[in-house]
Design a protein around this ligand. Structure first.
Ligand code: GDP
Ligand code: GDP
Length: 471
């Protein structure tokens, strides 16, 4: 028996686009006009080796010239009756509309495995919508771009869990009255401090979820070679063709049980070669990959490290607030490895002071050397990027810092730093409340940031510091 997955949601959120992508044939007709006629409603969906029955409820929208409400009820009833898993799709760029809320009310009555899918999430514009979706009451929204094929690894894990569950239920005798409950996320960091939890929904982070990793670097640094090495055939979840888009390739694969989306800009590089504007395009295209990623690997060529373009990329990653690992590739070509590593460390500290202590991994993509070290560094830095420091601890630390090295006096009066708290994670961002926020010198702010980095062990992640008045 195949697991039945239904896509539910208001018109125009992208249900048919997802259906087409997963079923692989152009069965449903996609159109910009809401409620356009669909001629088929069911097909076999595939992600990697996983197959399931996919139902596009958009097909139910055109039955008659019924009211939207009647159509929604029919869609939802159908999904509740037939589906094992319901993908409740919203348009993350548009945010939550009253129609979405109406759907949510109907679905809440259902005792089903329901996941909110925030579609059209390929850019920054979707972030507020994704957060807002929490209010629908089905947990955190899963970001997806049906059109660009991003986020498929997440769908894979949702659906494969459902398959496991259905199989387990079938194995168990029917005298067990099992209740479907969505899996509980592990709450590792919440955006709010523990002392100010309340009306806003906390951001959640589940370490079992996928990780988006981008590999950026100058042309010829060895990106393609490395990606091919990492994504051995046995670890690929779907063929790269599943994620090919106009802008980038997202390759879902697996490393030690975690799903990783590798953002590859190979497609762009091909395009760039054709246009003969390699150097110029590279940074802009990398920017797109960086924005998709949580962790960015900056791949250097050990024979020509820290070139201008490398530094520009590092700067971009820092500004975008992503976690970063520097991988020094082609290490096989270096003769005096000890001398080289010292030289690299020195260059790194001098040229990238804003990322002090960033991990350097020496490796060879060609020989497949140290890829495990690179992966470990990626997971470590992701944890650092997600770190949440308790307010009480921060304030004890702040008074020690100001005691050791007091803030300067400005026009005869000493500046007071009153209170400090971590406002958010990813990257770690802090607020200091000061008596005269504008007067706190940049040098003192650097002293605080460097201190945080060192004392709380935060290498390789951007750190944000805001100084405010009051408190
Ligand atoms: P449905 O009515 O929910 O089945 O929505 P469709 O699949 O017909 O999509 C509605 C519109 O949204 C179409 O113009 C799609 O091209 C567009 N669309 C679908 N998925 C995405 C996406 O991931 N990103 C963006 N930007 N547009 C999308
Ligand atoms: P990309 O432009 O960054 O994707 O770079 P490629 O993967 O196409 O590699 C550029 C060149 O560097 C190719 O000739 C590769 O064989 C070579 N290369 C890649 N990785 C290594 C490595 O670890 N060691 C050595 N010696 N050569 C490498």
């Amino acid at each position: 028996m195949s697991v039945v997955v239904a896509i539910v949601g208001r018109p125009n959120v992208g249900k048919s686009t997802l259906f087409n992508r997963l079923v692989g044939r152009k069965i449903a007709i996609v159109d910009d006009t809401p409620g356009v006629t669909r001629d088929r409603r069911e097909g076999t969906g595939r992600i990697g080796e996983l197959t399931f029955t996919l139902v596009d409820t958009a097909g139910y929208e055109d039955a008659n010239d019924d009211s939207l409400e009647a159509r929604m009820r029919r869609q939802t009833e159908m999904a509740i009756a037939e589906a094992d898993v319901i993908l409740f799709m919203i348009d993350a760029r548009a945010g939550i509309t009253p129609t979405d809320e109406h759907f949510a009310r109907l679905l809440r009555r259902a005792d089903k495995d329901i996941h909110v899918i925030g579609n059209k999430a390929e850019g920054r514009a979707s972030e507020p919508g994704l957060l807002e979706a929490y209010s629908l009451g089905f947990g955190e929204a899963v970001p997806l771009s049906a059109e660009h094929g991003l986020g498929l690894a997440d769908l894979y894990s949702i659906i494969s869990q459902a398959v496991d569950k259905v199989e387990a239920e079938q194995a168990e005798a029917a005298d067990f009255d099992m209740v479907h409950k969505p899996a509980v996320d592990v709450d590792v960091d919440d955006e709010e401090g523990e002392d100010q939890e309340g009306d806003t929904a906390p951001m959640r982070w589940n370490p079992n979820r996928y990780l988006n990793v981008a590999i950026v670097g100058r042309p010829n640094a060895g990106k393609s070679t490395l990606i091919n090495r990492m994504v051995g055939k046995d670890r690929l979840l779907t063929g790269p063709e599943a994620g090919i888009t106009r802008d980038s390739i997202m390759v879902p694969w697996e490393w030690e049980g975690r799903v990783i989306n590798l953002v590859d800009t190979a497609g762009i590089r091909r395009k760039a070669r054709v246009q003969g504007k390699l150097e110029k395009l590279s940074v802009g295209d990398s920017l797109r990959s960086i924005q998709y990623a949580e962790v960015v690997v900056l791949l250097l060529d050990a024979t020509i490290p820290f070139e201008k373009q490398d530094l520009a990329l590092a700067d971009l990653v820092e500004r975008e607030g992503r976690a970063m690992v520097i991988a020094v590739n082609k290490w096989d070509l270096i003769e005096d490895k000890n001398a080289k590593i010292l030289e690299l460390r020195e260059q790194c500290e001098r040229l990238l002071p804003q990322l002090r202590g960033i991990p350097l991994v020496t490796m060879s993509g060609l020989q497949g050397r140290n890829i495990d070290k690179l992966m470990k560094a990626i997971f470590d830095i992701e944890r650092t990027w997600n770190v949440k420091i308790r307010t009480a601890k921060l304030n004890r630390w702040l008074s020690a810092m100001t005691e050791h090295h007091p803030p300067p006096a400005v026009s005869g009066r000493r500046l007071k730093l009153r209170y400090m708290t971590q406002a958010k994670t990813r990257p770690p961002s802090f607020i200091i409340f000061a008596s005269r926020p504008d007067a706190l010198p940049k040098a003192y702010q650097r002293y605080i940031v460097n201190g945080l980095r060192q004392d709380f062990n935060l290498p390789g992640t951007p750190i944000r510091l805001w100084v405010r008045g009051g408190k």
